[in-house]
Design a protein around this ligand. Structure first.
Ligand SMILES: N[C@@H](CCC(=O)N[C@@H](CS)C(=O)NCC(=O)O)C(=O)O
Length: 308
């Protein structure tokens, strides 16, 4: 079954998934989506989820890179994302939680601040709305970059410490999902050709980054957004059952619901198809798609009854 990644090149979370394809030596189709709203060929497919990336497999769309990693691990277990002791799964998750929050934010805000003039005004307004902030002018975004410098440097130091005892990868001698979850943050410096001087002071990190980069992106082919939608419409979603789970939100399967990332405002809309402690799935039909199943992790996403 074809794997379709909806993404854009300078999206760091997308880089994490592109490396997952390389890690598991997979072929995939690439659909380029806009980096800011509107995303007319994307949000209909996701029921309104606007974040990047998502993985489409036929009529199923998987949102969030944590869920995408789980799905790829289930379908393509060899080589595993979690070599070594069982607790490596927990360690990889803890590393990802740190890398993608406390480390990522100062880096992202610094890099996009320094590069403010290179990004369109629509991008800055979009991100301000996404984060519930007033719409800034470009000079202010640029000036604000230095505010994040101190935070960023203190977190960057922790990356170098991971390799101080000579480990080749984050969890030891072989790569794991932890490397991919961390790599995409300092990769931001390269994506924008900014911050290389910080990496100059981190020689072990630089060597590790070269090893991770060599994992590659698997075999990428380009696909039109409309062809991806046609593919979704031509297929049925895979069967899922979560019998016996009492939904704490007081909802029933088939109810109209919204699923919203905890840290933003734009929800996905659909009919509740399945939910358990690990995942939420909704069925989405609208003017562009019919009976597409959109999946989210339970953790970090709010499930609510739709308000009419
Ligand atoms: N928790 C999400 C985070 C994804 C995320 O924040 N992606 C950024 C791009 S790297 C984004 O969606 N930015 C807004 C956009 O692309 O519209 C994941 O792991 O997939």
């Amino acid at each position: 079954m074809n794997l379709i990644l909806h993404h854009y090149d300078f999206s760091n979370f997308s880089e994490k998934v592109r490396l997952m394809f390389g890690y598991k030596d997979l072929a995939w189709d690439s659909v380029e989506i806009p980096s800011h709203l509107p995303k007319p060929d994307y949000t209909p497919l996701t029921g309104g989820y606007r974040r990047t990336p998502s993985l489409q497999i036929g009529a199923d769309v998987y949102c969030d890179t944590r869920l995408i990693a789980e799905v790829l691990e289930e379908r393509y277990p060899d080589p595993t994302f979690f070599p070594g002791p069982k607790h490596n799964r927990v360690l990889a998750r803890a590393i990802a939680d740190w890398a993608e929050s406390r480390l990522l934010w100062p880096v992202a805000l610094y890099v996009s601040g320094i590069n403010a003039a290179r990004l369109p005004d629509a991008f800055h307004s979009d991100r301000a709305v996404l984060h519930g902030k007033p719409i800034p002018d470009v000079d202010r975004v640029k000036a604000s970059a230095t505010k994040y410098l101190g935070q960023m440097r203190s977190e960057l130091a922790a990356i170098e410490d991971l390799f101080i005892d000579g480990a080749a990868y984050v969890l030891g001698e072989v790569p794991s999902l932890a490397d991919l979850a961390l790599f995409h943050v300092p990769w931001f410096f390269e994506a924008f050709d900014t911050g290389q001087t910080f990496l100059d002071e981190m020689p072990l990190t630089r060597q590790w980054m070269a090893r991770v980069r060599a994992i590659g992106h698997g075999a990428r082919a380009e696909l039109d957004a409309s062809a991806a939608i046609e593919r979704a419409n031509a297929m049925d979603p895979v069967d899922i059952r979560t019998a016996g789970y009492v939904i704490p939100e007081g909802l029933s399967i088939g109810d109209a619901v919204t699923v919203t990332p905890m840290d933003e405002v734009s929800p996905a809309h659909g009919l509740l198809a399945a939910v358990d402690d690990n995942r939420i799935a909704i069925t989405v039909s609208n003017e562009r798609v019919s009976n597409v199943r959109v999946h989210f992790p339970r953790s970090g996403y709010k499930l609510s009854r739709a308000r009419h």
